[in-house]
Ligand binder design. Structure first.
Ligand SMILES: Cc1ncc(COP(=O)(O)O)c(C=O)c1O
Length: 397
């Protein structure tokens, strides 16, 4: 039968990059390509206890339909954390629990963009967000990320030359994929530009709580005085990505429309999972848990960076993240990182070529991303040495 798929889904094609990444599911390959948190960070015993308690004490609540806005006690915890920690809840704001931060991209694009409208994003940026914008019919225009965040001249130019721009997407903390953090000054500038052109900002703080060095920087949302910023949060790195719990806080009118969009999409986020998250916040020693996760990532990042410092021999430049899960590299001889990725895979190490983080993945790029959270320490040691050795012989060829 000829299925005649919609233009929307036909526009999302499996890319050559995904074909390469399939190879990294081979268990003998060292996974520097993953985006997963370390499974050592999951509080298995706590979660087992909370699940049993929920099913023993409040089974109907956990298993029945819930409201679209989310489980009220969890919403209140998120609101409190937004007020007290993230600077992400203002006077006229509301908050909705979502099925991961991923759903925030979908709901906000549906809420703000008509077919052909533009989302201005950092470039490179989290591919899940880019695909979500595109699959909702938005046009994505990317702006270079510098050491301290988006290039403001480029941002202005992109806004002025694109079709009906609607919002600016940024990941100011330990950006995926670059690991870079946007400076406080840049955060203010981004908001000023948004104001000047009357755009919204989607601030994605999926790596909140994962700072392992340096000083906290105020959120963009904390500078927002006129209801311009929607802030996306996630439980994926703090607790577990498999629970699929995140949230959006933002102007109540926008959150109300996102709630309608969510109702159509999945009615509500799984109640059982929301209740587990709520118990985690009320019963787990959060200070201890967060410092344990930060220690895991601090040590893994240091191990990888120390080997890169010793062994990379100037064949590529790399970022030094202050948190998160990733290091971003640029081959210094400007060669094609896609070809380099294929060479590295032959040596049983998987990395992600930089193209994967651009809406147009056909452009030749010299960048690639390394993940340090998923591999074991032994895999980091062996894999980083292999990577550096391969880069040296690749740069001579
Ligand atoms: C920057 C960024 N935002 C959002 C997400 C998705 O988060 P969630 O698992 O909550 O959907 C990820 C996942 O890796 C990410 O890297």
């Amino acid at each position: 039968m000829d299925y005649n798929f919609s233009k929307k889904i036909s526009g999302i094609r499996p890319s050559a990059i995904r074909e390469i990444l399939k190879l990294s599911s081979d268990p003998s390959v060292i996974p520097f390509s993953a985006g997963n948190p370390s499974s050592d960070s999951f509080p298995f015993e706590d979660l087992k206890r909370y699940s049993e308690e929920i099913l023993s004490n409040t089974p109907t609540l956990a298993l029945q339909y819930g409201v679209t806005e989310g489980y009220l006690p969890l919403r209140n915890v998120f609101k409190d954390r937004c007020k007290e920690i993230y600077g992400a809840f203002g006077e006229n704001d509301e908050l909705i629990v979502t099925t991961g931060a991923q759903q925030v991209f979908d709901l906000l694009t549906k809420t703000l963009c008509d077919e052909g409208d533009t989302v201005i994003s950092e470039g490179p940026a989290f591919v899940g967000a880019l695909t979500s914008f595109k699959s909702n019919g938005a046009n994505v225009v990317q702006v270079d990320v510098k050491e301290d965040g988006m290039d403001i001249d480029e941002l202005t130019k992109a806004i002025e030359t694109s079709n009906n721009p609607r919002f600016i997407y940024c990941i100011p903390n330990f950006q995926n994929p670059t690991g870079l953090t946007t400076s406080a000054a840049k955060r203010r500038e981004i908001l000023e530009v948004a104001k000047k052109y009357d755009l919204m900002v989607l601030e994605d703080n999926a790596y909140a709580d994962l700072r392992f060095s340096g000083e906290e920087v105020p959120s963009i949302k904390s500078f927002d005085t006129d209801g311009r910023v929607v802030y996306a949060g996630s439980m994926s790195k703090l607790l577990s990505p498999g629970l699929r719990v995140g949230f959006a806080s933002g102007p109540s009118d926008v959150i109300a429309k996102m709630t309608v969009a969510k109702q159509v999409s999945d009615v509500h986020t799984a109640m059982f999972n929301q209740m587990i998250c709520h118990m985690f916040f009320t019963k787990t020693d959060l200070t201890e848990h967060i410092s344990k996760i930060r220690k895991i990532y601090r040590e893994k990042a240091k191990l990888m960076l120390d080997i890169l410092d010793k062994e990379s021999g100037g064949t590529f430049r790399y970022t030094r993240p202050e948190g998160g899960l990733f290091i971003w590299c640029n081959l210094t001889n400007n060669s094609d990182a896609m070809d380099f990725t294929k060479e590295v895979i032959k040596e049983k190490v998987a990395i992600v070529p930089g193209n994967a983080f651009y809406a147009d993945d056909s452009v030749v790029r010299n960048s690639f991303r390394l993940n340090f959270s998923s591999p074991t320490e032994e895999q980091i040691t062996v894999g980083t040495e292999i990577l550096c050795r391969t880069a040296k012989s690749y740069s001579k060829s």
